[in-house]
Design a protein around this ligand. Structure first.
Ligand SMILES: NC(=O)c1ccc[n+]([C@@H]2O[C@H](COP(=O)([O-])OP(=O)(O)OC[C@H]3O[C@@H](n4cnc5c(N)ncnc54)[C@H](O)[C@@H]3O)[C@@H](O)[C@H]2O)c1
Ligand SMILES: [Zn+2]
Length: 375
């Protein structure tokens, strides 16, 4: 499950969570405690660029400055642009600002763009890196839990349009991912709590052992214990890395499995105007819906569904959305981009740790699961 070797010999193996191997290239995902200061040395080892352009998250300014300092200390000419996190930044205007800055500073194709921040900064900086001069090397230095577990791995880069989220984008794999778990110390509590939903999702779809760890070590994990929390993020990141390696561009039916809970989550987010819930909170609710459908379809035992419910609840995650407009959610799911030939593409659990795809779920089963979520 874990990558055993890096693409090149490296002195940073103890932090290695996985190696993503795709037709577009292989890269290490490092997850460690207090490793931001080694960014420059790692960058030198991976590619030794003449210059680096840091896109820093203004909400993680101190961490971004440390990243910049590390690159400079390693002898790499480096500049930084601070941009705001939050979905409002993830637009073509946000990308344009980065293009102009790169052009002003005469960035070239051999230079590095490094995103230091949350998923928003990672997405918009990665999209800019994918497109400026037809593609610059890119590095992900995530500082939110969601980004460490999910957004920084896999090379899906996008910005939003008024018509919908992530509509304009590209696949652009990073040269490496460096997650310094100690940067989570400054993350607001709600962001931290929510982020665990995607980590628990990885366990539910692929790794029962990880689920057991989430159960047994909850207190230490949630209080950001240097060893325990780093360990579960490392393993959860490895699940995502493995899935991306098996199906880089979501064409083989493997990467889709990461969408467990997301069919309902995306619809619920849209119906509630993207303001009521953080994305992983909607995913937690969506997983309860998908879990119930799995159970109704005879794929998941009642005790297994209860195990999922109890774990999500114990991490402080929402399990329902009282008053949810069931018909509006149904309608929005039908118009989702994942719908092919009129049928909704469901990711369900056939037992804990084993996600499967199903197209043929009777709409009465779906409606009944949604009604439970609305209570
Ligand atoms: N590319 C992908 O595969 C992928 C996967 C999942 C999510 N995403 C995207 O990720 C985005 C959400 O990412 P997010 O949840 O990280 O939100 P975010 O990037 O908006 O960050 C949340 C907030 O935390 C602040 N912040 C960042 N690091 C911090 C730190 N260490 N301490 C204190 N504050 C900090 C940010 O400034 C922001 O205000 C969405 O746009 C989503 O579409 C992308
Ligand atoms: Zn998600």
């Amino acid at each position: 499950m874990h990558g055993a070797v890096t693409p090149q010999p490296t002195s940073f193996e103890s932090d290695l969570a996985a190696v993503v191997r795709t037709p577009s290239g292989s890269y290490p995902v490092w997850v460690g405690w207090d490793i931001l200061g080694s960014l420059g040395a790692r960058t030198q080892e991976i590619m030794g660029p003449d210059a680096a352009f840091v896109i820093g998250d203004s909400g993680a300014r101190g961490h971004a400055l440390r990243a910049l300092e590390s690159l400079r200390s390693a002898g790499i000419r480096s500049e930084m642009l601070l941009i705001d996190g939050g979905e409002l930044t993830k637009t073509l205007d946000g990308a344009r600002r980065i293009y102009h800055w790169l052009a002003d500073l005469k960035a070239e194709r051999g230079h590095l763009v490094a995103a230091v921040g949350g998923g928003v900064v990672g997405d918009v900086a990665g999209f800019a890196a994918a497109t400026y001069v037809r593609g610059m090397p890119f590095a992900q230095v995530p500082t939110t839990l969601l980004s460490m577990l999910d957004a920084s791995i896999g090379g899906k880069m996008a910005v939003d349009l008024p018509h919908g989220k992530n509509l304009v984008g590209a696949f652009h794999q990073p040269r490496f991912v460096l997650s310094d778990v100690s940067t989570l110390d400054s993350l607001p509590a709600r962001q931290l709590t929510a982020g665990w939903a995607e980590g628990i999702k990885h366990a539910l779809i692929r790794d029962e052992g990880l689920l057991t760890r989430f159960e047994a070590q909850r207190a230490a994990i949630r209080s950001i214990d240097p060893e325990v929390t780093t360990g579960v993020i490392r393993r959860s990141a490895a699940v995502k890395a493995d899935i991306v390696s098996a199906d880089e561009k979501e064409t083989l039916g493997v990467r889709d499995l990461l969408n467990y809970g997301h069919t309902i989550a995306h619809a619920l987010e849209a119906v509630t105007g993207y303001t009521a819930l953080l994305h992983p909170e909607a995913v937690s609710i969506g997983m309860m819906g998908a879990g119930r459908i799995s159970s109704e379809m005879g794929l998941l035992g009642g005790h297994e569904l209860e195990r999922q419910r109890a774990l999500l609840e114990s991490y402080g995650l929402p399990l329902s959305y009282r008053g949810m407009d069931v018909s509006a959610v149904m309608e929005t799911m039908r118009s989702d981009k994942k719908v092919r030939g009129g049928a909704i593409h469901w990711v369900l659990l056939e037992g804990i740790g084993n996600a499967v795809s199903r197209m043929e779920v009777p709409s009465e089963v779906v409606r009944s699961a949604l009604r439970h979520l609305a209570q």
